[in-house]
Design a protein around this ligand. Structure first.
Ligand code: AMO
Length: 445
């Protein structure tokens, strides 16, 4: 009987391994990105999963003869000799002298947009998004989401090294966790349920089990407005940690994770970083400022009149970002002690001044990318806070099991992955950093 043993047969090589195959005949598989026919020879640029490989056709290289069916986006297996050359700047480059091309599939039609330029020139964002399955074949576009992979991977790796357990919380929830009106309601076999606004209730419950937990998963916000920083579905990188001494432990964990992520991008995503001219921040230590001090700074130094003394508007965040960069030489700034009235029911009030909370936001280049803080862990205190917020604790019986049966002092945070990617790459719109954005006007592709 035939059996499958898990041995992966590799009949192709990666571009990064070309130096070790110098002078040898190997194969690669990919799409034809571009063909440049010259007199007597041709350049065929093959796009593999992460690289563009220059292959050269010349009749003298082998018996293989040019096939007129070859066209852009055809899927091919190219076999040829790896050769090294030196470019104008004196750098060693590798290319392939073609000995044969097997056509694996041919496109049914020509592409509706040009994707084989360095970047997608003069194409509106809405068209780029409409055509995501092919616009992302452009090397610069696809690099965005390799960078995003690096961010999520760095977050996961760092937390696993620090004793965190990865969890999976349900996305169909019995209650909204963040309050407010931006919750999607769902008819669940005749019962009203909600799409998860965050994994908040579950990550807290699981602190009682594993001590330190994290999740990287989609969350849903029924934002009714169309802004450049809000999505209706985004990826939340959450962590929750127990037995903390103060909420500074959480900010330290985030700072450590960000340092790790930035280093990972610089070392393992170098090509993408260069292609996108990504400005990777140097993080030594992140400055911290209290909410009311930040308000005072905005009013006194920047002469800006806030519309709301309980939160920041986007202009205020931008001003704080400018201040952090110019005066504190930091791309990041933690703002702590937000007013109690603006933070959710699970946030711990500051015992020294209960008008404010043991909470924080992290701003990155003038944009909020994280919210976090210490949580209420005492049962009676949590029930009382829910009642004060106009909630019915009976509806949160399973959530309150944590508090009822012994909750460690704990806290955590949520990072918006698309927002972090957006400002890392200098984009103006969060949709540019979202593979398949969901906003008030878009549910396709
Ligand atoms: P919060 O609601 O502030 O906190 O969200 C955390 C982070 O998620 C990102 N974010 C968004 N990104 C894109 N589109 C949106 N509509 C959107 N809304 C929020 C932001 C924000 O800083 N449970 C808490 C976190 C915690 O305390 O652990 C929470 O979800 O980057």
């Amino acid at each position: 009987m035939e059996k499958i043993n898990g041995n992966i047969i590799k009949d192709t090589v990666e571009f990064c391994d070309f130096p070790s195959y110098d002078g040898q005949v190997v194969s690669i598989k990919g799409n034809i990105h571009r063909i440049r026919e010259m007199t007597g020879f041709a350049f065929v640029i093959v796009r593999t999963s992460r690289d563009l490989i220059q292959c050269v056709y010349e009749p003298s290289f082998s018996d293989y003869r040019w096939d007129d069916r070859l066209c852009e986006e055809a899927c091919v297996k190219v076999t040829g000799k790896v050769v090294a050359s030196v470019d104008a700047k004196g750098n060693k480059r590798y290319e392939m002298q073609i000995h044969g091309i097997d056509i694996l599939s041919l496109p049914a039609e020509g592409l509706p947009i040009v994707i084989n330029k360095k970047q997608l020139d003069n194409i509106q964002l809405s068209t780029v998004l409409d055509l995501r399955p092919i616009s992302m074949r452009n090397p610069k576009e696809r690099a965005i989401f390799k960078i995003q992979e690096g961010i999520a991977r760095g977050f996961r790796e760092y937390l696993m090294k620090n004793g965190f357990t990865e969890i999976r919380s349900p996305k169909i929830n019995y209650a909204g966790a963040e309050g407010g009106t931006n919750v999607f309601k769902l008819d669940y076999f005749g019962k009203e349920v909600y799409l998860a606004q965050s994994p908040q209730l579950y990550k807290q419950a699981l602190v009682g089990v594993y001590g330190r937990v994290f999740e990287i998963a989609p969350v849903f916000r029924a934002e009714h407005h169309d802004t450049s920083r809000h999505l209706n579905e985004y990826t939340s990188m959450d962590l929750e940690m127990g037995f903390i001494n103060s909420f500074e432990d959480i900010m330290n964990m985030e700072t450590g994770a960000l340092k790790y992520i930035m280093n990972l991008l610089k070392t393992e995503y170098q090509n993408e970083v260069e292609l996108l001219h990504a400005d990777i921040p140097e993080i030594d230590a992140i400055p911290v400022m209290k909410f009311m001090d930040a308000k005072e700074l905005i009013m006194k130094k920047f002469k800006y009149t806030p519309s709301d003394m309980k939160d920041f508007d986007p202009t205020e965040e931008e001003l704080l970002g400018k201040y952090a960069k110019k005066e504190l030489n930091s791309d990041f700034i933690f703002i702590t002690h937000y007013p109690s009235k603006k933070r959710p029911f699970y946030t711990m009030d500051d015992p020294a001044d209960p008008e404010y909370t043991l909470s924080f936001d992290l701003l990155f280049r003038g944009l909020e990318i994280t919210s976090g803080g210490q949580r209420v862990h005492d049962y009676k205190e949590q029930v009382a806070k829910m009642e004060k917020c106009g909630m019915n604790p009976e509806l949160f019986e399973t959530y309150l099991m944590l508090h009822k049966y012994g909750a460690p002092p704990h806290g955590g945070l949520g990072i918006g992955l698309e927002r972090l990617t957006m400002h890392l790459l200098g984009f103006k719109n969060v949709r540019e950093a979202t593979m398949f954005p969901r906003d008030i006007n878009r549910v396709t592709p």
